[in-house]
Design a protein around this ligand. Sequence first.
Ligand code: SF4
Ligand code: SF4
Length: 190
Amino acid sequence: METKVQRSKTLVEEICAIPGGEGILDCIQCGTCSASCPNASRMDHTPRMLIAMARAGMREEVLSSNAMWFCASCYLCTVRCPRDIKPTELMHALECLAVRQSLSNERTRTPIMYRSFSDFVYSIGSVPEVGFMTWFYLLSNPLRALKMAPLALSLLKHGRMSIKARRLKPEAERQLRAILDKAEVLGGMS
Ligand code: SF4
Ligand code: SF4
């Protein structure tokens, strides 16, 4: 009788399973992405290094890096990569894995920002500015919410921010829900 041996996936296999992550296998380590990246100096590991570390199986170091969270999605690396790897998508795939495995970098609040954003989109289909920022600060740093209150009041007073939440029509809400469900199946954060 044939016995199937179960083994857990390697980090590279997990990255390849997320749309946009497949290119990691084709990287030739030329460094063009790192040289192009406007935020490389803020990252603890450059995009090229992150790819090399992921291929070396350095799961914890890669998924707790701040690099993907500092990615500004400017796509410079993507248009310049000689192997058509799309490092920007790779960064997003790493964010997704980091959140799934609770290895997010503690020095960045970007995952909480994403969480606040998706909480609103999932619950009401839109992102009201006041509610979104209030939720973000409550999840990340409630004291900072107090400091930002004067700015929020000024923006409200001058009509630069609305307190009202825009609701989608039922059909639009149904379509959005279908898109979100599909995104979740493909490897979303929720
Ligand atoms: S530019 Fe492309 S091939 Fe070169 S190191 Fe970056 S991802 Fe790899
Ligand atoms: S998309 Fe991200 S990783 Fe690529 S160059 Fe821009 S900031 Fe850097």
